[in-house]
Design a protein around this ligand. Structure first.
Ligand code: PRX
Length: 631
């Protein structure tokens, strides 16, 4: 086993040699002619000329050695069902789905939007797109019609796939009717909508000529076999939209070869997941963690992946540990909020099940506070690894890498830079490296390693402007996260530098929420900030100026408008973005140049000092914020 430091050093100093070696972990139909083309910074093209397929690497490649091994185990505590697919069976399903998509005119390079609950068909559809060389864009089921419509217009899909419904905490969530609404709002709706009917009992409206039934159509392709489309390594595999500082979501575009190599290498070096073993990732396929670690990485590694539809506390708070015991899970991946939720329940649930099969529990997506890290480590009796990354990177950027070296874990720290990432902590204003123990912005000196986003879908300029221009005079990728490194080289993440907040691991732009709040006809302007929450990490809190204040004279009137504003956010963005409260003020604290002082508002809301207020236009605005919070 090499040492971590040496492994990392080599990955930066001999980039091409290092990644050429890692590239051997996957199957190439055609080897690359050049490991890295960095002739147009900051665009990095990995494994140029190489041809491969994510679907082939996830499925076909394993058929000879492990065709009868379970590939996908689906468990739903929502509908009380489970289904299991061996590699052979999963390949057959994906072939059928791919043939069906092809019959609907889906071709290589075309986009397919998936708005699906956590059902096996979501996995089939994703891999079917990969098989055809089509570009999938999965939209998280919690997003509202307007958000979905914005993504449809940006991706211009040839086809959309949805289900009649999903289920959350035993309640049906209507997917299809939300898609209907989004298709009405979209300017570029696809001609066809494919629907998987789960038989969730409600009168689903059907649009003749547009809506197609998955099960009926699939009958024509029962024994279909379709060769994988080989794609040049840098062709797009998928788009995944994510929130940033502007209201317009960014389509993170991923490649094929670099992504496959990065995931395969991460399974070996970080997650320690081996062929024949089982991985359980509790995320949703609508998020990057679901793409990388429910679907692609475990399958590329020849593992069994568990897909779970349900919440961690139903039927009781032992359900995840029961799954670990029953399926002898080797690698588990979850998020800090889920652990904080479990912490509130009887710890006996953890002792009730045998979790000794677990090598590690990995947690990511939001800051893991030290007490929670300590609690889960002690309760589980297994190493718990905090690791840090983003939709943009596609795989971990800071993490312990136990497959390389079993370094000591520090509670509350995602350990060290991962191989391939040249991480620098820079001073916010000067752009100079900060000394150990001082807070800086976490940045990556380009080229970004394989697997990271290739560009913003359809907008190369936005990619460069958004991510590489945070510091004047240097082309460097900003994560927009604050970090600090201690004297032993361990990193700690301290939150975002921009207007992005993290609610229970869901990344949301406060600007997006502000836009949604402002959709209410009686709102003139507003400011939304993230405030600390002991369970969910952060929650949005809104301060709004009403156009017509006559209705706000009574507490009842305020409550009514607050409810209406919340409903507006639900409608335009989704309930995940709903502010925990809407406070009404008559003006917002702004600088003399008109910039809202969000950091000051946030500080007040969290009971901290509001900081430097020399630029404030009207100090009375802050007084109003204080009073509103006090009331
Ligand atoms: O702010 C950081 C936070 O989540 C952001 C990325 O969110 P998303 O694009 O949804 O990707 C999640 C992939 C796991 C980051 O910019 N974040 C993620 N992991 C951590 C974290 N903050 C602190 N500690 C972490 N381990």
């Amino acid at each position: 086993m090499a040492s971590y430091a040496e492994f990392h050093r080599r990955s930066i100093q001999d980039r091409e040699g290092f990644w050429a070696e890692q590239a051997k972990l996957i199957h190439w139909h055609q080897p690359c002619s050049e490991v890295l083309d960095y002739s147009r910074p900051p665009f990095a093209r990995w494994f140029v000329g190489g041809e491969t397929s994510l679907c082939y690497n996830a499925l076909d490649r394993h058929i000879a050695a492990r065709g009868d091994q379970n590939a996908l185990v689906w468990i739903s505590t929502e509908v009380g069902e489970s289904r299991t697919f061996t590699y052979k069976q999963l390949l057959a399903e994906v072939n059928r789905a791919a043939a069906m998509l092809q019959s609907l005119g889906v071709k290589k390079g075309e986009r397919v939007i998936l708005y699906l609950p956590m059902i096996p068909e979501a996995c089939f559809a994703i891999l079917a797109c990969a098989r055809l060389g089509a570009v999938h864009s999965v939209v998280f089921g919690g997003f509202a019609a307007a958000s979905l419509a914005a993504r449809i217009d940006d991706a211009r899909p040839a086809l959309m796939i949805t289900a009649d419904g999903g289920s959350r905490m035993g309640k049906t969530v209507l997917y299809k009717s939300l898609v209907d609404e989004a298709l009405k709002l979209a300017r570029h709706p696809p001609q066809k909508l494919l629907i998987f009917k789960r038989g969730l009992d409600y009168a689903m409206p059907v649009v003749q000529g547009r809506d197609l039934d998955w099960k009926a159509l699939q009958k024509d392709f029962a024994n279909a076999e379709l060769a994988c489309a080989w794609l040049e390594s840098n062709e797009p595999s998928y788009i995944l939209y994510t929130s940033g500082t502007t209201g317009q979501p960014k389509g993170v575009q991923r490649d094929v070869g670099g992504y496959a190599v990065a995931l395969a290498a991460s399974m070996r070096n970080i997650f320690c997941g081996e062929a024949g073993e089982t991985m359980f990732t509790t995320s949703d396929i609508g998020w990057v963690v679901g793409h990388s670690y429910i679907i692609y990485a475990p399958l590329i590694a020849g593992m069994t992946t568990i897909m779970y539809e349900g919440v961690p506390i139903r039927p009781d708070a032992g359900i995840w540990w029961k799954i670990v015991q029953d399926h002898q899970v080797d690698v588990m991946f979850s998020a800090p909020t889920a652990i904080r939720v479990l912490k509130k329940h009887d710890p006996a649930y953890l002792k009730k099940y045998d979790v000794s099969s677990l090598k590690h529990l990995f947690l990511a997506g939001e800051p893991l506070d030290e007490p929670t890290h300590v609690w889960i480590t002690e309760s589980l009796g297994r190493p718990v690894i905090d690791h840090y990354w983003q939709t943009e990177t596609g795989w971990p950027l800071l993490s312990a890498q136990p497959g390389v070296e079993k370094t000591r874990l520090k509670m509350g720290s995602p350990s060290f830079p991962v191989y391939g990432y040249d991480v620098r902590l820079l001073h916010e204003a000067t752009g100079q490296p900060v000394p150990d123990g001082e807070k800086g912005v976490v940045t990556i000196a380009p080229p970004l390693p394989p697997g990271c986003m290739s560009t913003v879908w359809g907008d190369d300029e936005r990619f460069v402007e958004t991510y590489f221009k945070d510091f004047k005079d240097q082309l460097i990728y900003s994560t927009f996260d604050w970090g600090i490194r201690d004297k032993d080289g361990y990193y700690f993440i301290l939150g975002r530098t921009d207007d992005v907040i993290n609610v229970a691991g869901h990344r949301l732009g406060t600007r997006e929420i502000e836009e949604a709040v402002s959709m209410h006809p009686n709102i003139a302007e507003c400011a939304v900030v993230g405030v600390a929450d002991s369970l969910k990490g952060q929650l949005p809190l809104a301060f709004a100026v009403a156009k017509d204040v006559s209705k706000l004279s009574s507490a009842e009137g305020k409550r009514r408008l607050e409810k209406e504003v919340m409903a507006t956010v639900d409608k335009h963005l989704g309930a995940i973005a709903r502010p925990k409260a809407v406070h009404f003020v008559t003006l917002l604290p702004k600088t003399r140049s008109g910039k809202t002082l969000r950091r000051s508002i946030q500080a007040l809301a969290e009971g901290r000092d509001p900081g430097d207020l020399t630029t404030i236009e009207d100090p009375n605005a802050l007084e109003q914020i204080k009073q509103a919070l006090h009331a």
